[in-house]
Write a protein that binds this ligand. Sequence first.
Ligand SMILES: [Zn+2]
Length: 64
Amino acid sequence: MSKCVFHRIQTTLDAEDKAALNALLNTAPHITVARELSAAGYPMSEHTVRRHRKHDCMCAAVTV
Ligand SMILES: [Zn+2]
């Protein structure tokens, strides 16, 4: 139930934004992802992005 900030943001996005975010996540450095999200109104640190990407966050611990 409790997942990381990154996941919570993903769930608030519509399909188009989520696709754009996933594309960014697949190609851009952590810091770029963090900056894009912060610019879009979702303050996020580079570390949060990195942990989510490496599955070193709450998302990986919680299996539905
Ligand atoms: Zn996560």
